[in-house]
Design a protein around this ligand. Structure first.
Ligand code: ADP
Ligand code: MG
Length: 377
């Protein structure tokens, strides 16, 4: 099994623990995205898989074998770094096949793998150029090509596209999907970019402060965030997290109350807690100039133009709520009525920040634990 398993894996530099007790399995053949803000321990985690960092405590298994003391070169893993790390004095072709020569593959095999990858990554005709005579995008593709020709069981990538402009990044991602589709390697891909993670992942492992926050499909990470951190990190603008009070049949935010449906009331009652935070995504709020029977009234603070829509920032009895709107006709000081969609609201424990979960009845076919299968265009 080409899976990767962490068992209580920790990493410290001196007295500082930068990766804290990782316990999870990366499945054979999946695209696992390690996501999180800068400094949260993504690269350290990836480098432990690659064998470039010692593991301070715990065990790492690959292919069912404990890897803690197995040298990097014996882990059947190819790695792509953010800064390409091409050999400057070698041509494009020499850079790509260097590793294969070290592996002592036959001339024919090397040539056939080279032809294949030059074709796939559109590098034909550039074989004899030095890295300095290539564009950034081309160099990036050479780095991908060099890792791809190895056809290793594990493909590890650390922010491999972050030096490319937005357009090149999209096309490079397509190439990576093609590569993955063809070789079905177990792919671990580090990024701090939530859009990249949402569009590319089979599953996302979201990290913060050296700890795993949530590991699930992009759909579940978006619709069923495990905690406040996840709810706020995924989505832009982030999920609104609001102070609230829980009453028997309703909740109140500021001075205004909002009646919950039976399903939610039952669910919250079962959780036996009332110290809660309320969560709602900007895109799951309805706005109107007329009042709703079960909604809130606020004042517009300002709006932001995002091109495809507008973000309307609203003052709700002293708390700020942001809502997405198709219309720009919201101006500072306007009274605005808004209503959270009942099947898109979230509740979190105030103390821990953890989700109180969701009533089963609310799970619709759209995202009921569905494993997404992504098809190449
Ligand atoms: P990320 O890739 O998520 O941005 P890293 O894994 O590179 O984060 O780093 C995690 C933390 O470990 C950071 O706080 C970083 O400063 C620290 N760190 C990384 N390498 C070293 C090192 N060699 N010595 C001490 N601290 C380190
Ligand atoms: Mg990093």
């Amino acid at each position: 099994m080409k899976e990767i398993r962490f068992e209580h894996v920790k990493k410290s530099y001196g007295n500082t623990e930068v990766v804290k007790d990782l316990n999870f399995t990366i499945r054979e053949g999946e695209r696992l995205i390690l996501l999180g803000p800068s400094g949260c321990g993504k690269s350290t985690t990836l480098r432990m898989i690659a064998g470039l960092e010692d593991i301070t405590e715990g065990s790492l298994f690959m292919n069912g074998k404990k890897m803690n003391d197995v040298p990097s070169g014996k882990r059947n893993a190819a790695m792509v770094f953010q800064n390409y790390a091409l050999y400057p004095h070698m041509t494009l072709k020499q850079n790509i096949i260097y590793g294969l020569k070290v592996q002592k593959l036959s001339k024919e095999e090397i040539q056939s793998r080279l032809d294949f990858v030059l074709d796939m990554l559109q590098l034909k005709g550039l074989e004899d150029r030095l890295p300095k005579d290539l564009s950034g995008g081309q160099r990036q593709r050479v780095a991908l090509a060099r890792a791809t020709v190895k056809r290793s069981d594990f493909f590890l990538l650390d922010e491999p596209l972050s030096n490319l402009d937005a357009q090149l990044r999209v096309s490079a991602r397509k190439e990576l999907l093609k590569i993955h589709d063809m070789f079905k390697q177990t792919m671990v891909y580090v990024t701090h970019d939530q859009i990249e993670a949402m569009t590319f992942a089979d599953r996302i492992a979201l990290m913060y402060n050296g700890e795993l926050q949530m590991l699930d499909t992009p759909t579940n990470v978006y619709h069923r965030p495990a905690n406040v951190f996840t709810a706020k990190f995924i989505g832009s603008p982030p999920t609104n997290i609001l102070e609230m009070n829980y009453h028997e049949k309703s909740i109140s935010i500021g001075q205004q109350s909002f009646e919950l449906n039976e399903i939610w009331l039952k669910h919250i009652k079962q959780r036996n807690t009332s110290d809660l935070l309320f969560g709602i995504r900007p895109e799951h709020v309805e706005l109107s100039t007329a009042s709703f029977s079960n909604g809130y009234r606020g004042k517009v603070k300002y709006t932001e133009n995002l091109g495809s829509n507008y973000s309307v920032y609203i003052d709700l009895d002293g708390q700020e709520v942001v809502a997405a709107s198709d219309h720009k006709h919201w101006y500072k000081g306007d009274t605005v009525y808004f209503r959270p969609m009942m099947d898109r609201i979230h509740f979190f424990h105030k103390g821990t920040g953890n989700s109180i979960g969701y009533p089963e009845e609310l799970l619709d076919a759209d995202y009921k634990n569905k494993e997404e299968s992504r098809v190449l265009a």
